[in-house]
Every structure is written in C-alpha cells, then in structure tokens.
Ligand binder design. Structure first.
Ligand SMILES: [Fe+2]
Ligand SMILES: [Fe+2]
Length: 167
C-alpha cells in the first residue's frame, strides 16, 4: 500500500486510498503478465496466464467502475508492495535455465501476485460493506472470485508439473 498521508481521516478516505492502490497494482500486473507469458515455456501455462491477462483488463475496468459509482475520479497511488512482488517476478528467467524449473518459478511468482490481490480485494469488499456500499462490494467481489479461481488453477498446474517431473 502506498504511504499513508494525513489526508486519510475516515473509513471512506481509507477505502478510496485502497482503491487507488489496487488500481495501480492491476495496471502493473497487466504488463507483468505480458512478460510472464513471453517467458512461459509450456502451452498450458501460457494459456492460463493469457486467460488471466484478459480477466485483468476487466479488473482495471471494474476498479474504474467502482471509482465512478463512488463519485471519485480514478487515480493511482504508488504501491511498493506490488512493485516488489513484480520486480522479483521479472528477475525470473535470468537465473533459471531448466524449462520446467522456469515454469515452476513463474507459477510461484504469479501466485504471489494473486495472493496480494486476494488480500486487497478481500479488504475492499469488507470495507465497501462497512460503508453500506454493497453495490461496490458486489463489483469487487466478482474480481475477488476470479483472483481466487486463478490461484486455484495455478496450484493445479504446479501440481501437474511436479507430477510430470517425478514420472
Ligand atoms: Fe486482478
Ligand atoms: Fe490476478
């Protein structure tokens, strides 16, 4: 989460700040996924990441939708947490030579991104409900469900790779 300023006084300010944080994160994730797709060595992983890249475009649009519903202008706030996770993901490839190991590393990095998003959207849904904005909560919940489904898909993929390697 970006650095908190003294401008955050109410739950509403906090909610908007977190929206700006996830807006920044989703935009960074969109370009990070492109790089990860380029590095993936198996069709299965490429397809999974590509499917989630398309979903991520919708995530960006849903955050914009929630900004509109909430009556605030869409804006980003720098998020050092996702920057760190993505910087680490971008280093993968330079250090890994074996293709199966490379894909396993990419899945691990992608899951770190998903877990970050799951944490943030879980909080956003809870805060939206606290603020009496179940309409915003249900939009954010749709994205949360897709992040969780992606995480589960990546776990299944990781397990199939491990099984294939063990055989
Ligand atoms: Fe997302
Ligand atoms: Fe995601």
């Amino acid at each position: 989460m970006g650095l908190f300023s003294k401008d955050i006084k109410t739950m509403d300010d906090l909610f908007v700040h977190q929206l700006k944080d996830i807006y920044y994160a989703e935009k960074r994730i969109l370009s990070a996924l492109e790089e990860m797709i380029a590095k993936a060595t198996t069709a299965e992983l490429r397809q999974s990441l590509e499917a989630h890249r398309i979903e991520t475009r919708a995530h960006v649009e849903r955050v914009e939708q929630v900004f509109r519903m909430h009556g605030v202008e869409a804006d980003t706030v720098k998020c050092p947490a996702i920057d760190g996770i993505i910087d680490e993901a971008e280093e993968i490839g330079s250090e890994v030579e074996d293709k199966t190991v490379l894909d396993a590393a990419l899945i691990g990095a992608a899951q770190a991104v998903e877990h970050y998003e799951i944490a943030r959207y879980g909080t956003l849904v809870a805060w939206a409900n606290t603020l009496g904005r179940s309409d915003c909560a249900s939009v954010l919940q749709q994205t949360l469900d897709e992040e969780k489904a992606t995480d589960a898909k990546l776990t299944a993929l990781a397990e199939s790779f491990i099984n294939a390697t063990a055989r």
